[in-house]
Design a protein around this ligand. Structure first.
Ligand SMILES: *Cc1c(COP(=O)(O)O)cnc(C)c1O
Length: 381
């Protein structure tokens, strides 16, 4: 398929742009993951955790009423049903087990919407590892419930007051902190971003979404669609279908469209596509979905776009909110606003040349809408 993982290069993207002091830590992590990932005992331990604590495999659900309305067959891969309510936990349990195997004592994480922070706090509590989460001050206000959840789970939440006080700044701060703590601390990065080995490692840990879905379907769907923030739920989903004829579609937030609106650049340790001004300064992202409020995308997506293997499009705040309400009414499922962006594209494109009537569409529902209830209440009443 041409997507190189272990070298850290995805075509013209990826790589490792980090301070000298992190090179050894990244090397150590890459070697430890390669070794663990080929060890059946590690795989079995992770699978056991995912079955007993996360609720895997998650079902693929039909949507009879909405499908009839749209004139196609829409199937949902239900990551919203996992423990803690989003796909983030797949990656976190894998990294936490790996950290323990490497003899690391502590976990460090960044979070935007708070889902990755909650997942990391959960894994830390379960495996007896202290957790520190960096979170933008603005996101802490927007996602107060998740801040409380993390603290209830025993994690320390550190407010980040620099820049736009959102995910980009939390990630910068977490990486800075890791430099001083690498000896005993694993940095549990939440998406397919950052220096090698993270984009590869996180994709491999999220591959379970695509692999499971492929096995749960009788036929290969015409279209596989997922929302794209950093790109981990999409990368994990696409990994299960990249060798099939299925079209792969990533849907970004209009105001956080790294692929659709970005240009090549380097941020957070990797070369990829980022929103930039004409001086190359990173531009601020804006989305009603905190999980999509990031000014770039993981390097593999940039590469899949260049190859023409995956297509990327955008959805706006209002249509995502409307899509969430429509799924709730039609099927009794309240989706995360992030996932609702993917659904908004399906609703908009259904019956057009972009998504012909009669298509079979697999959509990864990356999370549940519980965390978004306040936003939905404000926007829908
Ligand atoms: C974090 C998050 C996203 C975006 O992250 P990706 O790495 O692009 O998957 C999407 N949906 C939910 C529910 C999230 O919590």
């Amino acid at each position: 398929m041409g997507v190189v993982g272990t070298s850290g290069r995805f075509g013209a993207y990826g790589g490792r742009f980090v301070p000298e002091s992190l090179v050894a830590a990244c090397d150590e992590l890459a070697a430890a993951f390669a070794e663990a990932w080929s060890d059946p005992a590690f795989r079995a331990e992770l699978t056991d955790l995912l079955v007993r604590h996360v609720g895997r495999p998650t079902p693929v659900s039909p949507t009879p009423r909405l499908s009839a309305e749209l004139g196609l067959t829409l199937l949902l891969k239900r990551e919203d049903l996992t423990h803690t309510g989003s796909h983030k936990i797949n990656n976190v349990f894998g990294q936490a087990l790996l950290a323990r195997r490497m003899g690391k004592r502590r976990l460090l994480a960044e979070t935007g919407a708070g889902m990755h922070g909650v997942a990391t706090a959960t894994a830390g509590a379960q495996l007896g590892m202290p957790v520190t989460v960096f979170m933008g001050e603005r996101d802490m206000e927007r996602q107060a419930h998740n801040v409380f959840r993390m603290r209830l789970l025993g994690a320390e939440v550190v407010p980040v007051r620099s820049g736009t006080r959102t995910l980009k700044d939390a990630t910068s701060e977490a990486m800075r902190h890791w430099v001083g703590a690498v000896a005993d601390t694993h940095y549990c990065l939440g998406s397919v971003l950052g220096p090698h080995p993270y984009p590869w490692l996180v994709r491999e840990l999220q591959r379970v979404i695509g692999t499971e879905a492929r096995g749960q379907l009788d036929t290969v769907p015409d279209v596989v669609v997922a929302c794209v923030g950093g790109g981990s739920n999409a990368a994990g989903t696409f990994a299960g279908f990249v060798d099939t004829p299925a079209r792969l579609v990533g849907v970004e937030a209009e105001g956080g469209a790294g692929v659709s609106g970005g240009e090549p650049g380097v941020l957070h340790g990797a070369r990829s596509l980022f929103l930039q001004d004409r001086h190359g300064q990173i531009r601020e992202a804006h989305s009603v979905a905190a999980g999509l409020d990031y000014p770039g995308v993981g390097p593999e997506h940039a590469h899949l776009r260049d190859l023409g293997r995956a297509e990327y499009t955008t959805a706006g705040d209002d249509e995502a909110i409307a899509a969430a309400a429509r799924l709730a009414h039609a099927e009794g499922i309240i989706p995360a606003i992030e996932s609702s962006h993917a659904l908004a594209w399906v609703i908009r494109a259904a019956g057009t040349p972009a998504l012909p009537a009669g298509s079979t569409v697999l959509l990864t529902l990356s999370g549940r809408g519980d965390k978004d209830i306040t936003t939905l209440m404000e926007r829908l009443s």
